[in-house]
Design a protein around this ligand. Sequence first.
Ligand SMILES: Cc1cc2nc3c(=O)[nH]c(=O)nc-3n(C[C@H](O)[C@H](O)[C@H](O)COP(=O)(O)OP(=O)(O)OC[C@H]3O[C@@H](n4cnc5c(N)ncnc54)[C@H](O)[C@@H]3O)c2cc1C
Length: 577
Amino acid sequence: MSKPNTFIHLHTYDLRIHDSRSLFLAHDPSSDLASQVTHFLPLYIFDERQLDVSRLPNASPPVTSRRSRVADFHRTSPHRLKFLLEAVFGLREAYRRSGGDLLIGYGKPEVLVPNLIRRLQQDGSVEGVWTQLETTTEEVNMQSRLKDALGEISPKLKLSLNDSRSLVPLDILPFDPKSDTPDVYTAFRKKVEGLEDRKAAKELVVDVKGRKLKSFPKLGKIEIPSGKGGWIQADDKMETIYAELVAPLIDKPPIGGWSEAVKGQSVPPIHNKSAIPLGGSEAEGLGRLDDYVGHASPNGWNGGEKAKTYKQTRNGLVGEAFSNKLSGHLALGSLSARAMGWRVGELHQNVKKDSAARGNVYWIIFELLWRDFFQFTTMTFSTSKTPRHPSNSTLFDADGFSSQMSNYPSDKRPKPEDWHKPNWDDPNDPARRWCEGRTGIPFIDANMRELRETGWMSNRGRQNVASFLVKDLYVDWRVGAEFFEMHLVDYDTCSNWGNWQYQAGVGNDPRSDRQFNPIKQAFDYDPQGEYVRLWMPELKDVSDRYLHFPWGEYTSRASIVFSDDDGLSLNDTVGDG
Ligand SMILES: Cc1cc2nc3c(=O)[nH]c(=O)nc-3n(C[C@H](O)[C@H](O)[C@H](O)COP(=O)(O)OP(=O)(O)OC[C@H]3O[C@@H](n4cnc5c(N)ncnc54)[C@H](O)[C@@H]3O)c2cc1C
């Protein structure tokens, strides 16, 4: 019998088995590679630089990089941790259902993967390591260290990168994303629109359905140096690991605290008021896609009613129906953007005679392209090899991408030296009141409380609280970005930091003076006060006349002077009223 030859897939933000380039490569009967591979070993590693794993056996002691750089927040909340664990353990279940398994570890991939390879080489060989191409600093650095570590084992041992994160794949872009992503979204969209059309999309989503997976190798004992991490046992349950990982967070609550529901060490239930009543697994993501977009059936299209009103309803605030709620699955890759784009494209085709439905369905693609836009601009401005960017990523800098833009109007650029520096010990500090949901503006406070209680906030809410922090309270936008990073179950480095730059006026678009009027926004998007009363029960008996405007009295909309909407399509920003 021939010796085992193992194909390793290191999962990062691609926690799924559908549309998996690696799974396809290792099993595609027409490829030479697949015929040479006898075993398929998928693995996921909780990176100790991003998560405090110190309570798990053989872990390294806590390091400071597990706190955020500007405001010293935790880098994850219990909600976010739970969502991630659901995605990882859901992936293990999905592999097990298909006859395979998932190896789960904690520590540093560039330490654990070489140890694993040495173990596998005792009984056979390793074909190579495949992983998703990532674009953000920490992940790119990790991949580069892993590549070097593999090279030390053998120059033949390669780290191969799969391009599988964006909706539009890199190799069909009509520009080089490392240097030339257009600065303005509309210009970008015009270049890529249509590339995700049905035919192209179908070819981009790989299908391994129905194929029996290659065996998961027998591993025995893998030696890991002392204090360098370990592997989670095959029979360890998600609940056990959650308790170990959440303990350091519960021990040290951040400014604004954690939700009451996550104060214990057992996995919290979904909040009964949550707009996103979903767990993070692939099964839940695919289920939600079906619920929202529907699917083709022999009798025509089945479902999709929510998608057919997407554009009209996407700015809602209460309940699960008003927008996809798939951002968390897209961020962790437990749903593939290409699989989603393909399904939405099919529905779009199906409703081609119904112009109202078609416009609504199309808008989902429009928003998915925003996600791509932030990924590609991150590549353009963060890759050290590009002429635009001489050293490190400016995604996280106070001046943002704008510092690299020659056509940026510098007189309008916000001045970091004018920003208020938070004093967390002062209960009246404006940044602290923002984090705690105590600014005194009910619409802002309701949103901040929803974030703390559920780990999610609507796009409308995010735009308003971001604008308020930066443009009304003059706080460094990175405090807000880090606060969102800690709490959001859908945290995505490019989308979060990119959107914050955009709101703060330090992004790569030429406008810096966007500002929302949260009172006008509250009247426009929460006219009956249902949302504010949901998250601020102490205001439930306050009359509509005072609810959004506690220091005045609202007799008619005309009684409050607002400046005009400037008509921007994505953000609907309003002047400073
Ligand atoms: C300050 C700020 C921070 C944000 N941080 C994040 C983040 O960390 N992660 C994240 O996924 N989104 C972020 N967004 C974008 C947006 O708010 C969320 O993607 C959206 O609210 C998620 O809800 P949904 O899945 O129901 O979206 P839908 O309205 O159903 O949109 C479908 C998908 O399109 C993408 N999308 C929609 N709007 C945007 C956008 N403005 N930028 C990028 N992608 C978009 C998302 O993947 C989303 O799931 C942020 C926006 C702001 C203003």
